[in-house]
Write a protein that binds this ligand. Sequence first.
Ligand SMILES: C[C@@H](N)C(=O)N[C@H](C)C(=O)O
Ligand SMILES: [Zn+2]
Length: 239
Amino acid sequence: MKPYQKVPIEECGEPMIAILPDLFAVVSPHPYQVLGAPYGEQSPYFLRQRVVTQLLAAQEALQQDYPGWRLQIFDAYRPVAVQQFMVDQTLADLARSQGLTVAALTPDQQQTLREQVYTFWAPPSLDPTMPPPHSTGAALDLTLVDGTGQVVDMGSPIDECSPRSYPDYFQISDRPLERQYHHHRQLLARVMIAAGFQRHPQEWWHFSWGDQLWAWLSQQSGTPVTSAHYGRYELIHGN
Ligand SMILES: C[C@@H](N)C(=O)N[C@H](C)C(=O)O
Ligand SMILES: [Zn+2]
């Protein structure tokens, strides 16, 4: 169990709304849909209403200093079935990168690779007290696009299971390009945190507002948050 999963949830019942592509940039086609992830009738481009409001505030803060720049949404809502699919997919990818298959892994190899997967992916738990963050509609993965519509280089791709994903990985570099990656990651974090979001400690791209991880990180930084506002969305809207 991760420490944030102990935070109580007081579900506020707020609906999710669509993230409109005329307001934000979005990665399309959606990378997990392309892989065949089981969304059913659901769409990854949905978030809780208040989370979208805070996201708009973050984009406005960005555009004050960088006119024409936008937030680019890579992923947002994720049913638990999709979380399970992506965890399995990532395990298979990591095994393949070592010339192995999941079926052929020894118990020790399984354990090592699973630990690597769970450094970057939340467990696909169906327990209502510990939902995967994206299954609450409060978490999203995103980056920046500049005024010409170009994706801003953060030095590593979203979802890479390696230390390059850690937000401060390039902090101590004195190479000009890597200084720039760090600056871009800082810029994304600055506008998101100013709008009330919290960033995942191991991922430069993952932010949330109102879920258990957000509440736990807020507590760690001294903000008196006692509970999360959002639990698993499927439990309140039955989809
Ligand atoms: C790996 C990434 N796409 C992600 O969303 N990770 C977090 C921790 C999650 O699975 O909730
Ligand atoms: Zn995420």
